[in-house]
Design a protein. Structure first.
Length: 466
């Protein structure tokens, strides 16, 4: 990125809206952000319009990356006082600080306009999954450097006022040197450029986050057939592997659409981005975009040259639909995404492959300690037994419902559950209300999987494994 005109700066201009549960727009952002890859720095100025329900007793709080220094904050054009607080490191936000803004004593109850200016170097933390990150207890995949730029919520690179799960609508214009390829979680509106720079505008509606990934080494592979286009961004992966994965994505999207309808914000193009990290988390989804660690895949290919990412990528694709669980109920997202990845395996590979996965999940869940929390109370964390409970036990709950009520009723209920909740945010109680009714005479089966602590529910409360 040393060829950037001026002083090695890349310009990012955003205008975005946050939408909560499909209701009135609570947040409207306008941001101008400049990225200096050589120095790893980000400079942002802009404002956000905030609705009154997000303001608490004369204070406004938001998250921002901990190494960013705030130059100024204003409310409705007037400078305001603020303080920063440490919030402690978490796996989701390992490098964020809380900013507390004192609001003017005299103001109306209408929406307020928060203006801001801040800058700083993105803190360099070990990539998730490396030995250094394990020792420290955290890792961060976001980065600004001459090799790659990756920005998502983990770095709090824009002021995060509402909790994760608030839906976003945004227009994003990104300027990078022409030698770089840039991808974001939206649809391309236009591409313009000069001799040295390319400017790309993106738009997304109903997004969970604003994700930007860029690299000067990206190659793009495209396929389009039967209503879905697939774009794969990679730098070091074998061509045959990329083609195989593109076809798997296309077939998975077709299957999910036939079962559930089209995902709410999707416009027909899926982007699978293999970020040129050495490690990092395996993958995450921000419709219509999937970001996966290229380094992890290359290591896996060395061990298994015939590697297929079908199930893992199908899980992330499923989040284009299953992404409305909030708070503790985030397990709903992971349980349905994991189960539908098995559906992709069943329909693309075989029912036998599906059954083998179910058997593995049963074995893993059977080993949970007796005091492991039930799905109804499991924390929104993959620490400890959280992963096995949220993913495997959650998928087994959904499998049990399919076995109990039969395919016809099951698929119809899944479609109704998705269409009723898409664009919103629900918790465990809403899950309980819907599926207690959908399960009919088999409500005890549903309750047993939802409420039972420890491993597998007692015999007689669940269908026999098939």
């Amino acid at each position: 990125m040393r060829q950037i005109v001026g002083s090695g700066m890349a310009l990012v201009v955003l205008s975005l809206c946050a939408i909560n549960a499909g209701a009135a727009v609570p947040l409207i952002y306008e941001l101008d952000a400049a990225v200096d890859p050589d120095a790893g720095r980000l400079t942002v100025t802009g404002h956000v319009l905030i609705q009154p329900h997000l303001v608490d007793q004369g204070q406004l709080t938001f998250l921002l990356h901990e190494t960013f220094g705030i130059s100024s904050l204003s409310i409705d054009g007037s400078k305001v006082d603020f303080a920063t607080r440490e919030i402690g490191r978490t796996g989701i936000q390992p490098a964020s600080q809380q900013v507390v803004v004192t609001l003017p004593s005299e103001r109306s109850g209408d929406a307020l306009r928060l203006g801001f200016s801040y800058s700083g170097a993105l803190k360099q933390l070990p990539e998730f999954g490396t030995e250094a990150a394990t020792e420290l207890g955290y890792g961060l995949d976001d980065a600004i450097n001459p090799r790659r730029v990756e920005l998502a919520s983990y770095s709090s690179w824009y002021p995060q006022i509402a909790e994760y799960g608030t839906r976003l609508e945004f227009d994003l214009a990104v300027s990078f040197p022409k030698v770089w390829t840039v991808v974001a979680n939206g649809e391309v509106l236009e591409r313009t450029g000069s001799k040295d720079q390319l400017r790309t505008r993106w738009h997304a509606s109903g997004a969970l986050d604003i994700v930007v990934v860029a690299s000067p080494a990206f190659k793009v592979t495209r396929i389009s057939e039967q209503g879905y286009a697939v774009e794969i961004y990679s730098s070091r992966l074998p061509d045959a592997f990329v083609t195989q994965e593109a076809e798997g994505i296309r077939r998975t999207m077709t299957i999910y659409t036939s079962l559930l309808g089209r995902p709410g914000a999707h416009r027909g193009t899926v982007r699978s981005v293999f970020s040129p990290r050495d490690a990092g988390q395996g993958g995450y989804a921000r419709e219509p975009m999937i970001v996966t660690s290229e380094g992890r895949i290359l290591a896996a290919l060395k061990a298994s040259p015939d590697l297929s990412l079908l199930r893992g990528i199908a899980h992330e694709i499923a989040h284009f639909w299953w992404s409305f669980g909030r708070g503790q109920g985030d397990w709903i997202n992971e349980a349905f995404a994991e189960y539908f990845s098995l559906v992709a395996v069943e329909r693309i590979q075989s029912r036998e492959a599906y059954n083998r996965r179910i058997a593995r999940y049963r074995e893993a869940v059977s080993k949970l300690p007796a005091n492991a929390p039930p799905l109804a109370d499991v924390p929104a964390s993959n620490d400890g037994d959280g992963y096995t409970i949220r993913y495997f036990k959650g998928a087994l709950l959904i499998h049990a419902m399919r076995e109990a009520i039969g395919d016809e009723s099951f698929w119809a209920s899944c479609r109704d559950f998705y269409n009723f909740n898409k664009g919103g945010a629900i918790g465990t109680e809403e899950m309980r209300t819907f599926w207690s009714t959908a399960s009919g005479d088999h409500v005890k089966v549903f309750d047993a999987w939802l409420e039972s602590p420890g491993g597998l529910p007692r015999a007689g409360e669940t269908p026999s494994p098939k």
